[in-house]
Design a binder for this molecule. Structure first.
Ligand code: NAD
Length: 702
């Protein structure tokens, strides 16, 4: 079926792009466009052309399904189509409605005239994938809307409402009426005026004090770009539009585009883009799996997590029954929620009416009877199996049939929790991250009995909440915390080897982690891990769970909340200050174990901590806990502060080369004192390395 329809209206060819949902410019559509142009140009009865899309989209740009395949560059490529349009002997009018982005906008810019309607959304978002518009966008847009406005759009990738460009040369006609009629009217006018071909390339472009303007833009953009090369490259491309003749500018744009395409940062961002789309595909759950309606929520526990989870739901307009055991805990929880919103109020992110509207959606209660008509409950009570048992048994007796029972547990066995009820098919994990109203990650834990409709419902609900949901199987700590345990123990190894907390943190922050592990520990509170280690030690008496953090806790250093942990803190400040007392505790701990410290480099710290994540990640895939490596990357990027420009731990390993990663792991495993069972490369990693494959390319099987 053709992706383009061709009609003739009063001697004007109407080429309608027909590649739902957003008219992405895949190979078939590109070919059909070139054929349509040839047909219109060779038909003497045709005097002009109109290019139009659907109500939803003129065109959303490149076809992401073609990314990384030969089809993406197959002739005619987008630049070819654009040349054909610009060189058409008959005038071409673009009729811009709906989404007009990326390559779609570049296509429209190559047309001789443009008609627009209010409500269209215009953008060149390539920078968000670490690229720049590579089909003339950086050369043509400044000629139509001015250098400064074009630079802002290209560097930010921001979406603009079409109304903003009413009256600029971007639109030759703009109105509320029927878009096709308006475009046909414009075409008739052009014909009547002698069919002048107005090529954007021929327009003059300038900016006052160009040198100074670009100098200051370079400095500003570079400072804001961090590790990303794309925004500064966008400035260079726009500068070329001003400083060079059109064709030289185009060549410069292409050169910059090609360099960005080869950059690891862009590869990482494109990987993440694909990963987010892949995460919603769940083994054994068809895309059109039935879902259950969710209109009303219950949240059990109004502590740190219950409060944030409640905010997530009410922010999305969903009413919440918030249940606690004691009135004072309920009051405290509500006061925390209000205080959080007041912070947003002060920052201007929320107004008073918005705040009251949200709070009015909460029904606080101590009475389970109020949960009788909710569609889904999230439990966020203490992390204790006994407490979970009591809560799930009660929920089982009060919830209506078909309601979903979700647990926010961080580590406990979801299958055991499900078996406290008579409806394990309705039980699922919804593992939010703290602060739950802010963090984008949601681990959706699939129990042995979790129904496919329950999974599909929770994935859909996550989207409503604006979260990135990743499915995890059941294991200790699920995907994220199971890996975090390995990362933490690698960081501890580095302390034992001779590094100090601030050196480990600085090395990992230098790699790009949002915060080093010891700063994170101080923020979260060291008592959490201590309590957990004590529990584990009681459960597995033959294993050693000791950690130098235990000695800090015994000295009353529980983190920021006590003014001291791995660092010390001045009253009222969150600025970590390295503390000789901590050095002394660490040295004593090493001495007790007969460890002689040595010099540890930043490279060694990064290698050990990041490859610990990678090796455990490989096992998580092997065990079937994660469906794919890119899901693990999303967990680390959105829940644990892994730097986006590195694409996640598994993608980072792919980029480093799995052979090299394997050799590094073998080297660490062979070191005296190493936990060989852990550091020996995971079989999956070794197999992929041997086959010259990557985690990203691995789709299962042996
Ligand atoms: P918290 O101690 O801050 O809050 C727990 C709340 O549950 C308290 O307000 C308590 O009064 C209430 N509660 C206890 N028993 C109850 C019962 N039977 N019925 C109703 N309410 C009850 O704990 P938290 O940090 O919010 O953790 C809650 C859960 O979320 C735990 O399972 C934890 O592992 C998990 N979790 C915590 C984090 C985190 O960073 N804190 C992150 C993800 C998941």
């Amino acid at each position: 079926m053709s992706k383009l329809s061709f009609d003739i209206v009063d001697g004007i060819a109407v080429l309608r792009l027909d590649n739902p949902p957003v008219n992405s410019l895949g190979h078939e559509l590109r070919r059909a466009l070139v054929e349509g142009l040839e047909r219109a140009n060779s038909d003497p009865g045709i005097q002009a052309l109109v290019l139009i899309g659907s109500a939803a989209a003129f065109s959303g740009g490149a076809d992401i399904r073609e990314f990384g395949t030969p089809k993406a560059a197959a002739e005619p490529d987008l630049r070819h189509v654009i040349r054909e349009i610009e060189n058409s002997a008959k005038p071409v009018v673009a009729a811009i409605g709906g989404v007009c982005m990326g390559g779609g906008l570049e296509l429209a810019l190559a047309c001789h005239y443009r008609a627009g309607v209010p409500g269209a959304r215009i953008a060149l978002p390539e920078v968000k994938l670490g690229l720049l518009p590579g089909a003339g966008g950086t050369q043509r847009l400044p000629r139509l809307i001015g250098v400064e406005a074009a630079l802002d759009m290209i560097v930010s990738g921001a979406t603009m409402a079409s109304e903003k460009f009413r009256g600029t040369p971007l639109f030759d006609a703009f109105g509320d009426g029927d878009l096709l009629q308006s475009a046909l009217g414009l075409a008739r006018r052009v014909i009547a005026e002698g069919s002048v071909l107005r090529r954007v390339r021929d327009l003059r472009v300038d900016v006052p004090n160009a040198r100074a303007f670009f100098q200051s833009a370079r400095e500003r953009v570079k400072a804001a770009a961090g590790p990303y090369p794309a925004p500064p490259a966008c400035v260079e491309a726009v500068a070329a539009a001003v400083e060079m003749p059109f064709d030289a500018g185009l060549a410069r744009e292409r050169e910059l585009f090609d360099a960005l395409m080869r950059s690891p940062e862009s590869a990482a961002l494109r990987h993440v883009f694909q990963a987010e789309r892949a995460a919603s595909r769940i083994q054994g759950v068809p895309n059109d799996a039935p879902t259950r309606p969710i209109h009303k929520i219950g949240v059990i526990g109004a502590g740190t997590m219950g409060g944030g989870i409640t905010m997530s739901f009410i922010n999305a307009g969903l009413p919440v029954v918030l249940l606690e055991t004691r009135q004072e805990a309920l009051d405290r929880g509500l006061a925390n929620i209000r205080r959080n919103y007041q912070g947003a109020l002060r920052k201007g992110a929320l107004d008073e009416a918005g705040l009251e509207r949200r709070l009015a959606l909460i029904t606080p209660t101590l009475d389970y009877a109020l949960l009788g008509n909710v569609d889904l409950v999230v439990e966020a009570v203490f992390e204790s199996m006994d407490v979970k048992r009591q809560v799930f048994e009660t929920l089982d007796s009060v919830l209506r049939q078909g309601a979903i029972l979700a647990s926010n547990t961080s580590y406990l066995n979801l299958d055991e929790i499900a078996n406290f009820t008579h409806r394990p098919q309705d039980v699922v994990g919804m593992h939010f991250f703290s602060p739950a109203n802010v963090m984008r990650l949601l681990e959706v834990v699939r129990g042995a009995g979790t129904g496919t409709d329950v999974l599909a419902t929770v994935m859909r609900l996550a989207k409503t909440l604006g979260k990135i949901a990743v499915v995890s199987g059941v294991c200790d700590g699920f995907i994220g915390n199971r890996m975090l345990a390995r990362y933490g123990s690698a960081a501890h190894d580095m302390l034992m080897a001779g590094a100090l907390p601030h050196q480990v943190d600085a090395a990992l922050e230098g790699f790009g982690m949002a915060m080093g592990p010891f700063r994170v520990g101080d923020l979260a509170g060291l008592d959490i891990g201590w309590a957990r280690r004590k529990r584990m030690a009681a459960e597995f008496p033959d294993r050693d769970f000791s950690n130098v953090a235990d000695d800090l806790c015994k000295a009353g250093r529980l983190g920021q909340k006590t003014g001291a942990g791995w660092y010390r803190y001045e009253p009222g400040s969150r600025q970590p200050i390295p503390d000789p007392e901590v050095t002394a505790i660490i040295e004593a701990y090493r001495r007790q174990r007969g460890i002689t410290p040595r010099n540890v480099s930043a490279e060694e710290i990064v290698e050990r901590c990041i490859y610990a994540l990678v090796n455990e990640g490989a096992r998580i895939i092997e065990d079937g806990i994660a469906q794919r490596a890119s899901d693990i990357d999303l967990v680390y990027l959105n829940g644990y502060g892994f730097p986006a420009h590195r694409g996640g731990p598994m993608f980072f390993a792919d980029q480093a080369g799995l052979r090299d990663v394997e050799r590094a792991l073998e080297r660490i495993a062979a070191q005296p004192g190493s936990d060989k069972a852990f550091w020996t490369p995971a079989p999956l990693l070794s197999r992929l390395a041997r086959q010259g494959q990557t985690f990203s390319g691995f789709t299962g099987g042996r």
